[in-house]
Write a protein that binds this ligand. Structure first.
Ligand code: KIV
Length: 256
């Protein structure tokens, strides 16, 4: 699974055969430059989901995060807001952060025929309650609580669970005990699947801002700066565009 925020990302995921595109509320940090995800609105999630759906053309499962305070107030608000992601955005499933306390919400969404992905461990929407973005489950009691959360979500009907920011041995245990696929991020190699933020994966995020668990699989940022600098240089030098890159007075009319 890889995050996606616009049609361009959707196309990249379509062309690379990734199974799941996640319109993460991480877009608040990655696309909007905020320091956390809390201010992201439902309108923004709908807008970005629509864009990703266009680029994806149905090639991968499209899952969208429910943003902060769209599902926490009540089960009714969860159904109404998740419905917007499906009806207006084109999402095929939604993801919510939280454990046992959200089992009734998951049940209600699944009854309303909206597939749900769970998310336990480090929960970015709880950044203030957690005292920052901190690894979770290091104490045995915390680990047991995260496992209980994952089991309760599976029992409530989630089709998969994101497990974020926990020690690898805990992730391995949770993956073995939970009867739905567990997709890890910062949770070591022993989960059923892995998810990364597309900017981190492609090397668009500056190396000094990458979380320790991320491996950049490309050098997109470096390549983009190289190409932009070259463009600036060639325009300033008068060598772009050349004659072949201009319309002649006699050629076809189409501007392509
Ligand atoms: O918001 C997000 O992008 C996420 C993933 C990092 C799992 O929840």
């Amino acid at each position: 699974m890889v995050t996606a925020y616009d049609a361009f990302h959707g196309r990249l995921i379509r062309e690379s055969g990734i199974d799941i595109a996640l319109v993460g509320d991480s877009l608040g940090m990655v696309m909007q430059g905020r320091s956390d995800t809390l201010a992201v609105t439902m309108d923004e999630m709908v807008y970005h989901t629509r864009m990703v759906a266009r680029g994806l053309e149905g090639a991968a499962l499209l899952v969208t995060d429910m943003p902060f305070l769209s599902y926490q107030p009540s089960v009714e608000s969860a159904i109404r807001e998740a419905g917007r992601l499906v009806k207006e955005g084109g999402a095929q499933a939604v993801k919510i952060e939280g454990g046992r306390a959200y089992a009734p919400t998951v049940r209600a969404l699944v009854s309303a025929m909206i597939p749900v992905m769970g998310h336990v461990g480090l929960l970015p929407q709880r950044v203030h309650a957690m005292g920052g973005f901190r690894v979770q489950g290091r104490q045995p009691s915390e680990g047991a609580s995260i496992l209980a959360d994952a089991l309760a979500l599976a029992e409530a009907g989630v089709f998969a669970i994101v497990l974020e920011g926990v020690p690898g041995d805990l992730a391995q245990r949770i993956t073995a005990e939970v009867p739905v696929p567990v997709i890890g991020i910062g949770a070591g190699p022993h989960t059923d699947g892995q998810v990364l933020v597309i900017h981190d994966l492609l090397g668009w995020t500056p190396v000094d801002r990458l979380p320790r668990f991320v491996r950049p699989f490309g050098r997109g940022g470096e390549e983009a700066v190289r190409a932009l600098s070259l463009f600036r240089h060639e325009v300033e030098a008068g060598s772009f565009p050349d004659e072949n890159e201009s319309y002649s007075g006699t050629g076809p009319e189409e501007a392509q």
